[in-house]
Design a protein around this ligand. Structure first.
Ligand code: ARG
Length: 269
């Protein structure tokens, strides 16, 4: 009998301990998994990881009375880290997709996004339809990677970092890069001879990934996000990193979804 009680006690202790590690508690650490190769959402600045996502996560952690810890990893490892509980949240300009929803939960969305096409200035490629049969560079495991598989006869070159795909394009090893709009703008600005095509490849939305069984954290994150939206803090963070004014003056074609509340037509579904 004693043995039985002891066993029951240990079992319930183990259960409550594992429940504890599952839910992020006040005073604890909120571990964020990301891939800091994605300006302006997350990138390295000296020893720090900065950007829109880093600041949103910091604001959420602060709201929950927790300390934020950022873990940098390959983009295609983020969901596994969240699923296994190694990380509490995946914040990485991550697009909500049906497939990902099978493995994790997503918070409410916090940004409109798009996959755009980068080509060299002299390219004959003028829109998504011209990608047939071309060599296309993408970051491994991203939606750019997934959706470009639908392009007829195209050869997909997968890189660990989006920037490496852009390098390849500059070296004329590939014909185009499909990548998220805001990083695309940064890469095109930093390199001569590249342009972003007017017509986007897809329209998407970013959200924070959380383990399916961690509904408590999901609720807390959604409540925090709602506060950040309501107080204007979210927009403030975005405005700090995305200068919509220069977008307008420089290239009328890239400004479409970066403006708040702009509903753009989907170019390719
Ligand atoms: N939005 C794309 C996706 O979810 C790309 C995200 C890449 N993010 C990053 N931090 N490298 O697949």
């Amino acid at each position: 009998m004693k043995k039985l009680i002891a066993a029951a006690l240990t079992a319930s202790m183990i259960f409550s301990m594992s429940a504890m590690t599952l839910c992020a508690e006040e005073g604890g650490t909120l571990v964020m998994a990301t891939n800091a190769e994605f300006p302006p959402y997350e990138y390295h600045e000296g020893d720090d990881i900065v950007g829109i996502d880093a600041e949103i996560a910091a604001a959420i952690a602060e709201d929950l009375g927790m300390t934020l810890e950022i873990q940098d990893m390959a983009f295609d490892s983020i969901l596994a880290a969240v699923q296994s509980g190694k990380a509490d949240i995946g914040v990485a300009g991550m697009t909500v997709t049906e497939d990902r929803l099978k493995n994790v939960s997503f918070s409410d969305t916090y940004a409109e996004a798009a996959q755009v096409i980068i080509v060299t200035e002299d390219s004959e490629i003028a829109g998504p339809d011209d990608l047939v049969g071309k060599y296309i560079g993408v970051q491994l495991g991203t939606t750019g990677d997934l959706y470009s598989e639908d392009i007829e006869d195209a050869t997909i070159e997968r890189y660990n970092k989006g920037f490496e795909a852009v390098q390849s394009l500059i070296q004329n090893k590939i014909d185009a890069v499909i990548i998220d709009r805001e990083p695309a703008k940064v890469f095109v600005e930093e390199n001569e001879g590249l342009k972003i095509l007017d017509e986007a490849f897809t329209e998407e939305e970013y959200a924070i990934a959380i383990a399916k069984d961690n509904t408590e954290l999901l609720d807390k994150v959604n409540a925090s996000l709602a506060d950040l939206k309501e107080s204007g803090k979210l927009q403030e963070i975005i405005d700090k990193y995305i200068n919509t004014d220069t977008d307008n003056s420089e290239e009328a074609d890239t400004e479409a979804v970066s403006e708040e509340a702009t509903e753009t037509e989907s170019a390719a579904e």
